[in-house]
Design a protein around this ligand. Structure first.
Ligand code: BEZ
Ligand code: MG
Length: 572
């Protein structure tokens, strides 16, 4: 490539990244219990709701209608490929404008706007606008406080589905009991179909980087996520193994059927599944299904190079003298009645010296095998640290499916305690850091990102984004605590996975602590969180995650004494 086309390619890439950041749905503040959101906050959400086909209410995605109206061919392919450019931008901007008109003038005005701007027949766009009119109305009517009072009086609270608004607008109104799914229905047919794209994209990404398939992959499965998606994560695991769920006479997914090699057209990947305590409690039959899937695949008469499960199981039997039941164990969780990895607490309290301790704690907490014994009896939570260490020692990639617009990997400490924890456990057992991936299965094109890319995206769209942090600061004391949480959660990705670019810590320092005016605002609102923030940044330096100029370090130390001083004089 000559230098000019190399430069153009770079600019294209940069442009793509900027658009990606611009298009993220950015939460602008915390939800206040009992208070409905304002119109301006709703616009982004409504736009996302109209980005998907909603066959259940006869609504088609607005971007598709606009593409058709403008005579643009191949919109679906454009989205699948993640292609950008003027055409895509024109479509996206027209959607934004239409939502603006909708917010000001309602469904009909928005329909007429689309007719004139993009030649979309009013009847064609009305179902989408009627849908968001309904969503908007429900967002305004907030029954949370009344429902809480009724619940405290022991009254019946109607249930509603547990998912997010974009995936299923029927979650509204809020203030209802969340109902889960029937575990036997998981994965649903739709989830299984959707999961194929993510599973194949994950393998493609690994192949692009390594030139071959991963021999074994460790996956994190959460309960609430699998409720929301009716088992998308579970379905991804089944695809990786190369099996599909089979339903019995009562329509329960209780068995699996092998996808023939000729159809699968790639090796079956060995999958280690660490499931949360919530998943274990909610999805016992699903754990049995996953265990069955591994056993079935391990026993297929297929060559080792096309069936990594069989190869790894055979190796375990040959080299360790393991029984078949031990060798096929792949589903792990906490001890019965226990939850969480505690890796987050260890990080937050700086209670570790060596990073390996974080991975070891993960294994100590999550090494309980959920499987069958030689008589076919269910084993619920047998402590098996060696077995887990052994399966992790074959893992080359770790992965978690992200399926919510609402919660990202730096919003809560649970992502780093799970995906970070398991990645560190793999790293110490293989002496090599696994490739770490997350999917974004909710955007119209399923996208696989590396952990580093995801940390950058989250940092740009949230932690360093004035739209996000000013939204937080409106909440005063709590808002500053949220900013500090984000920084600690980001730090968690350094500690467990070495996945944070040094510039991130520099920019965080500059934005919140080295800017005199901002620092003053933060100290007034919440000196405790400012203290933790400065300490965390200094800790990041001490642990070798970031090596800024002495000037920056000096300013951080000064900030710390300033805030300590403020606390003494203000006696807060
Ligand atoms: C879960 O849904 O399984 C889960 C929720 C929060 C933290 C960890 C796991
Ligand atoms: Mg390191």
């Amino acid at each position: 490539m000559n230098s000019e086309s190399a430069r153009d390619a770079l600019i294209d890439q940069l442009h793509e990244q900027l658009v990606e950041i611009e298009q993220r749905l950015i939460p602008t503040g915390l939800h206040v219990f009992g208070r409905s959101s304002e119109l301006s906050e709703k616009a982004d959400l409504l736009r996302m709701v109209t980005s998907f086909d909603r066959p259940e209410c006869g609504a088609r995605a607005l971007p598709k209608l606009i593409a058709e109206g403008l005579g643009i061919d191949g919109y679906d392919e454009m989205v699948q490929l993640g292609a950008r450019g003027e055409t895509r931008e024109l479509i996206d901007q027209t959607v934004k404008d239409a939502i603006q008109v909708f917010c000001e003038g309602g469904p009909l005005a928005a329909g007429k706007f689309l007719k004139s701007a993009a030649n979309v027949e009013v009847e064609a766009s009305q179902p989408a606008f009627e849908l968001i009119a309904n969503v908007s109305e429900h967002l305004d009517a907030n029954h949370e406080l009344q429902s809480l009072m009724r619940a405290l009086r022991g009254e019946y609270i109607e249930p509603g589905p547990g998912t997010d608004i974009v995936q299923n607008p029927l979650v509204l109104p809020t203030g209802r009991n969340t109902h889960a799914v029937n575990p036997y229905s998981v994965p649903s047919q739709a989830a299984f179909l959707r999961a194929r794209t993510a599973a194949e994209a994950l393998l493609q990404r690994y192949r692009d980087e390594h030139g071959r398939y991963p021999r074994a992959l460790a996956m994190v499965l959460w309960g609430l996520d699998n409720i929301k998606t009716q088992g998308e994560g579970v379905a991804q695991a089944l695809w990786l193994l190369g099996v599909r769920p089979v339903r019995d006479a009562l329509n329960r997914a209780t068995d699996v059927e092998v996808i023939p090699m000729a159809e699968l057209n790639r090796p079956r990947i060995d999958v280690v599944m660490t499931v949360s305590g919530i998943f274990r409690d909610l999805f016992a039959p699903t754990m049995t299904l996953l265990d069955k899937a591994v056993r079935t695949v391990a026993q297929l008469d297929e060559p080792f190079e096309m069936n990594y499960v069989r190869r790894n199981v055979q190796e375990k039997i040959d080299s360790h003298g393991a029984s078949i039941d031990e060798a096929v164990t792949r589903v792990f969780s906490n001890a019965p009645g226990n939850y969480g990895t505690n890796v987050n607490f260890m990080v937050m309290q700086s209670a570790w010296e060596d990073e390996a301790a974080l991975g070891d704690l993960f294994v100590t907490r999550k090494c309980f095998a959920y499987t069958r014994d030689s008589q076919g009896r269910t084993v619920e939570g047998r402590e098996a640290p060696e077995l887990m260490s052994d399966v992790l020692s074959r893992v080359e990639a770790t992965y978690q499916n992200i399926d919510s617009f609402e919660v990202g990997i730096t919003d809560v400490d649970h992502y780093f305690e799970y995906l970070g924890g398991i990645s560190k456990a793999v790293e110490t057992r293989t002496r090599s850091r696994p490739s770490i991936y997350l999917s974004d299965s909710l955007s119209p094109q399923t996208k696989i990102r590396s952990l580093e890319e995801t940390v950058r995206l989250e940092t740009r769209t949230k932690t360093l984004n004035p739209k996000w942090y000013e939204g937080m600061l409106k909440h005063g004391f709590r808002g500053v605590a949220e900013i500090e949480n984000h920084v600690t959660n980001t730090f968690g990705w350094s500690a467990t996975a070495d996945a944070v670019d040094p510039w991130i810590y520099t920019e965080i320092s500059k934005t919140f602590l080295l800017d005199e005016e901002m620092l003053q605002r933060l100290i007034e609102l919440n000196p405790y969180s400012v203290e933790s923030l400065a300490k965390r940044l200094l800790e990041a330096h001490e642990r070798g995650y970031w090596n800024p100029d002495e000037e920056i370090l000096e300013s951080l130390r000064e900030t710390l004494s300033k805030v300590l001083n403020h606390k003494t004089t203000a006696k807060v």
